[in-house]
Design a protein around this ligand. Structure first.
Ligand code: GLU
Length: 299
């Protein structure tokens, strides 16, 4: 059975790009007769807020997208992340990292990978284990890895040049994003991950972590980002492109949904609709691969 998910971080409003990812993940699961779950990724630092998470859930509901099971908040799942670290340590896969942000900036001599990612150069790989309460990294195996993207096709990435050994536990005592996302996709039995293309470069690293934890590999689909009418990144302008801001300018949720559905190849024209009306027409083969521009009138 297909189980999809949408996993926002509750650090702001859901803008058109996030909403498009939510809809695509929902449609993909629904078109396969599967289930769709929402997970709040609220462990990544102090910018996460419950009220923002609740507002995100209200916006999803306004589009007719509701989780088929209880919404999982990662802040309630820390024991599982800790257990995963214990297992990885027992398998000899973790090492402590003493690098500061400044050290890493100085070390970043390799050309920066796409999206400004700086691969960790492995400076602390030889450092002896002391205890769990320190920054911890996963020792990645050598070499490139092939994986398949349902939208983009075959991919071959070498995690060493994209992320390097990922940080799994942070010096400030927080579990890091890669660990939480991989442990939860495994625990929730997620079979397909649909998300924005900004996360494509970390996928090989996350697959390596799945392998280290003995978890199955879900299918992946990375959607082109939603960009400004002139093709530039939305940046701060994304804040004005949530349901509430658009409603204040006279654009209804049904119209937003119609535009999102059209942008995913489900409608001939962007016109108001309900989410169920899009299911039958959804097909990865017909979904555009590239970036999508916000309509002039909304920007
Ligand atoms: N929480 C992540 C974000 O909002 C997404 C994680 C994922 O889809 O794998 O950027």
């Amino acid at each position: 059975m297909t189980i999809g998910r949408f996993a926002p971080s509750p650090t702001g409003i859901l803008h058109l790009g996030n909403l498009r990812t939510a809809l695509a993940s929902w449609l993909s699961a629904r078109a396969a007769g599967g289930r769709w779950l929402v997970r709040m990724e609220d462990v990544d630092g102090p910018r996460c807020r419950w009220d923002l998470g609740e507002a995100q859930l209200r916006d999803l509901a306004a589009l007719g997208l509701e989780s088929d099971g209880p919404v999982v908040w990662q802040s309630g799942r820390l024991a599982d992340y800790q257990a995963a670290l214990v297992a990885l340590h027992a398998a000899g896969r973790l090492y402590p990292c003493a690098c500061t942000r400044k050290d890493l900036q100085l070390l970043a001599s390799a050309p920066h990978a796409e999206d400004g990612l700086r691969p960790y150069p492995g400076r602390c790989r030889g450092r002896a284990w002391e205890r769990f309460e320190q920054a911890l990294r996963l020792r990645l195996p050598e070499g490139a890895m092939a994986w398949e993207d349902r939208l983009l096709g075959p991919q071959t990435d070498d995690p060493a040049t994209l992320t390097g050994d990922p940080l799994l536990f942070r010096r400030d005592g927080c579990f890091a994003y890669h660990l939480a996302v991989v442990v939860d996709d495994g625990a929730q039995g997620i079979t397909e991950v649909v998300r924005g293309a900004d996360l494509r470069p970390v996928t090989a690293t996350q697959i390596r972590l799945q392998e280290a934890l003995g978890l199955p590999r879900p299918d992946y689909a990375h959607l082109g980002l939603v960009v400004a009418p002139d093709g530039s990144r939305l940046g701060k302008r994304a804040g004005g492109l949530g349901l509430e801001a658009l409603a204040a300018r006279g654009v209804s949720s049904a119209e937003v949904l119609g535009w999102l559905g059209w942008s995913l190849g489900c409608l001939e024209r962007p016109e108001a609709c309900r989410s169920e009306e899009l299911i039958q027409a959804f097909d990865w083969a017909g979904a555009p691969k590239g970036e999508v521009r916000v309509p002039e009138a909304w920007a």
